[in-house]
Design a protein. Structure first.
Length: 101
């Protein structure tokens, strides 16, 4: 099996603009994730680390890591980078489909 560098792939999938509403992320995951999990995932997709997100939301970084871990489990992926890729892929699909409608 060829090893996959998920971190390198995730870097290429950072496509969400900073003004993306959290509602879009909630819809992308069919309400599987909580609003807070989506908010944290969105900020993570912008390249923010757990400490930056925690400072922005006025919570602890352990809380942010827990939100991301719960989201990862709900989506059914093994790593945070796979979660980011799943999010970015769904977001890109939405943007592509919006051009056809």
């Amino acid at each position: 099996m060829i090893p996959v560098d998920y971190k390198k792939i995730a870097e290429q999938f950072r496509v969400t603009p900073p003004n993306t509403p959290v509602d879009v992320v909630v819809a992308l995951f069919n309400n599987e994730l909580s609003t807070r999990e989506c908010e944290v995932l969105l900020m993570s997709s912008w390249g923010m680390n757990a400490e930056d997100i925690a400072n922005s939301l006025d919570v602890g970084s352990a809380t942010i890591r827990e939100y991301l871990n719960r989201a990862r489990i709900k989506v059914g992926v093994k790593t945070l980078n796979e979660l980011r890729i799943a999010f970015s892929t769904r977001y890109q699909s939405l943007m592509l489909m919006s051009h056809f409608y």
